[in-house]
Design a binder for this molecule. Structure first.
Ligand SMILES: [Zn+2]
Length: 129
């Protein structure tokens, strides 16, 4: 039985854990991960191979969140009646920013997403820009 590498005192024991993961304000539960748990210091380590399993699951979750975000940028831009060129002129740093955001070639800045969501709720504010 392995001794805990954190405290160096207690033995590690297998356990099954669900882990909460949050990305860009959205959370998911990664279920049934095999971990090594220290009853002494409460350290939790991934069992052999589980870190890769966990990494693949969170990568898939991040891709899903990023895809939803891309769709939301596109939908909000269209709902505001803006072409990509007009949106670039209003919010972008350089021409082509919205095309890159909507194709997933670059992440839309969090502040831009918040601004678009706000304008989506209060489209009359677009005239103030
Ligand atoms: Zn320990």
């Amino acid at each position: 039985m392995l001794t805990c590498p954190n405290c160096g005192i207690s033995p590690l024991a297998h356990a099954i854990r669900d882990m909460q993961y949050t990305y860009k304000g959205r959370s998911t539960t990664i279920p049934d991960l095999v971990v090594e748990h220290c009853a002494g210091c409460k350290e939790v380590l991934f069992a052999q191979g589980e870190q890769e399993h966990y990494g693949a699951l969170i990568a898939a979750f991040r891709q899903q969140v990023d895809a939803q975000e891309r769709k939301q940028v596109s939908a909000l831009r269209k709902a505001l009646g803006l072409t990509r060129d007009r949106a670039d002129a209003l919010f972008g740093d350089v021409p082509g920013d919205f095309a890159r955001f909507e194709k997933g070639e670059a992440p839309a800045p969090a502040a831009l997403l918040k601004l678009l969501r706000l304008l989506g709720k209060h489209p009359a504010l677009l005239d103030e820009l």
